[in-house]
Ligand binder design. Structure first.
Ligand SMILES: [Zn+2]
Length: 267
């Protein structure tokens, strides 16, 4: 996945952010991932950032900052507002103490969990982040970037994988939150979103977009194809080469959409 995202950045010359969840950091090793990423970034001479996605403890955030991650998503959004504020603020101060240039992101609102395929819509996260709670949260925590709930959700429904349905965003709410906070805004759970909604969300103030599930879907589909193509092949780098290429194509096409000139904007 790292090769695919950085390969797309090298091909398109657009900046990218590579995200690794707590599970992915534990799988490869937080420090090992950072070393691999930085080596590839340097080799390919890219504008690319390494993001510690959804970090649920101070210890894990500190571990990522110490390893050299460029950004940390501090996620205490499941806690009541006041507790979310207190623990996010504490974590921002700790990671800025390690690297003052690190980008600290916080989350307020409910956008579900898991970059996976959901059989049906998750219940109970219909409430959007309000501009007032966003303003208070940014002011009280000192975060550089905010992840709001603006109609987005993590993962994709089967119908979105098949392309028969699309996610839609509340563009007006994005504008209001941008106006109330003035910080970078990150759209989590972007996979399966309508193209025009993406364009309008960017124009309204979205700066970073997460599309993990789309990449995982492409990864799995192309891996299954690659394995089926030659049942006698056992060399991982040969099986995985077309998989990297498939994921790279999805990333490149999304980067071109996100960075398209705004004159194409509809609505
Ligand atoms: Zn997310």
């Amino acid at each position: 996945m790292v090769k695919a995202v950085l390969g797309a950045a090298a091909e398109t010359h657009f900046p990218v952010l590579v995200g690794a969840s707590e599970g992915e950091r534990d799988f490869l090793g937080t420090r090992q991932l950072a070393v691999l990423f930085k080596s590839l970034r340097e080799e390919l001479d890219l504008v690319a950032f390494l993001n510690a996605d959804h970090t649920h403890s101070l210890a894990k955030a500190v571990e990522a900052a110490n390893a050299g991650f460029d950004a940390v998503v501090i996620d205490f959004s499941a806690l009541p507002f006041e507790e979310n504020v207190a623990r996010t603020k504490e974590t921002v101060e700790a990671i800025k103490g390690i690297n003052p240039a690190i980008l600290a992101e916080g989350e307020v609102g409910d956008i579900g969990t898991g970059s996976e395929i959901h059989e049906e819509a998750q219940k109970g996260f219909k409430s959007l982040t309000t501009p007032e709670e966003a303003r208070q949260f940014v002011h009280a925590t000192g975060i550089d970037a905010l992840a709001p709930a603006v109609g987005n959700m993590h993962g994709m429904l089967q119908s979105m994988v098949q392309g028969t349905t699309k996610k839609h965003l509340n563009i007006e709410r994005i504008s209001q939150i941008k106006g109330a906070t003035g910080v970078f805004l990150t759209l989590h759970g972007g996979s399966g979103t309508d193209d025009d909604d993406f364009r309008r969300a960017i124009a309204a103030g979205i700066n970073i977009i997460h599309i993990n599930t789309e990449l995982r879907v492409a990864w799995r589909q192309s891996l299954e194809e690659s394995l089926a193509r030659d049942p006698n092949e056992v060399a991982p780098y040969k099986i995985l080469a077309p998989v990297v290429e498939s994921v790279k194509e999805v990333v490149s096409s999304r980067l071109r959409l996100f960075n398209a000139p705004r004159t194409n904007l509809a609505g």
